[in-house]
Ligand binder design. Structure first.
Ligand code: AMP
Ligand code: ZN
Length: 114
């Protein structure tokens, strides 16, 4: 599995840095964001290092990501809906260069994207 030794999310995936784990399997880890932007703000992160959503991501990993999003929604009781965001690059404000999906919910988020 591809890892970046300087990457914080690789370290969280390997449990070298603690996090509040919501869901985990062999491909994916999901943990609560340190600076939540909504009542529920969980990050779904593949354990292998990919820079962003435009990387060449194996199909089985994409399937695992969608399953993890579903598991997070169930664990957090997001029955009324939620938003999934993946930032790519400077204009999107990506700060951690390891692919991740923000799962946001727990209140009405409004119709606007941001
Ligand atoms: P982005 O701006 O899309 O790259 O999002 C990175 C997210 O990672 C931000 O929402 C940060 O609050 C979050 N974050 C950074 N370090 C940690 C950490 N150690 N544990 C949990 N969330 C983190
Ligand atoms: Zn990484």
């Amino acid at each position: 599995m591809c890892k970046d030794p300087d990457c914080i999310f690789c370290k969280i995936a390997d449990h070298e840095i603690p996090s509040t784990v919501v869901y985990e399997d062999d491909q994916v880890i999901a943990f609560d964001d340190l600076s939540p932007q909504a009542p529920v703000h969980t990050l779904v992160v593949p354990k292998a290092h990919y820079q962003d959503v435009t990387a060449d991501i194996p199909g089985e990993t994409l399937v695992a990501i969608t399953k993890a999003i579903r598991e997070v929604a169930a664990a957090k009781g997001l029955d009324d809906g939620f938003r999934v965001i993946s930032n790519k690059g400077e204009h999107a404000g990506q700060t951690v260069m390891h692919l991740h999906f923000h799962v946001l919910g727990g209140k009405p988020l409004g119709e606007g994207l941001i």
